[in-house]
Design a binder for this molecule. Sequence first.
Ligand SMILES: Nc1ncnc2c1ncn2[C@@H]1O[C@H](COP(=O)(O)OP(=O)(O)OP(=O)(O)O)[C@@H](O)[C@H]1O
Ligand SMILES: [Mg+2]
Length: 169
Amino acid sequence: MPIDIGQITTDSPEATERVASALASVLRPGDLLVLDGPLGSGKTTFVRGLGKALGCSGISSPSFVLVKEYEGTHKLRHVDLFRIDESSALDDLGLEELSDPSRITVVEWAEPAIPLADEGYLEVAFRYGETANLRTIEFRSVGNLFESRVRDIREMLERLQERASVPGN
Ligand SMILES: Nc1ncnc2c1ncn2[C@@H]1O[C@H](COP(=O)(O)OP(=O)(O)OP(=O)(O)O)[C@@H](O)[C@H]1O
Ligand SMILES: [Mg+2]
């Protein structure tokens, strides 16, 4: 059963990067993150924030190459399956295993690859808010992989929320 962890609203790309950076502290090699949400909703921006926290620079969208690898304090693999519509085509990418024990894998437009995510994943879903720069980011744990870290992630979101609601911040 998926577990709803919580959500947070950001009002700038930098704020979305900060949410990702805060999440990075609970991540470890072998993790799989599935980023959901419409075009331009902030998925790649979120990966950029993760990359900054993990010491990986130069993160850009892997839309055309589908997979990009970075090396920082952890290896980060950024996958974009927007142009993939058959799971058979995933084999060509060497993605018969979506996650990899030595890396943190983050996937945009992951739907065709979800059946490969046996161990589970953290779903991060992006929604547009009512004004231009607002995005709501919602976290869900699916399967076993993040089950034991649900509370850590919830506390991380609460801390971010508290910080954001301090006047002058
Ligand atoms: N609060 C916010 N969080 C994230 N991005 C924001 C926010 N406000 C505005 N933006 C802008 O929205 C855009 C998000 O683009 P990004 O490439 O991250 O989206 P994406 O979900 O990866 O899109 P795609 O599905 O095309 O890959 C950027 O231009 C960014 O500057
Ligand atoms: Mg993107």
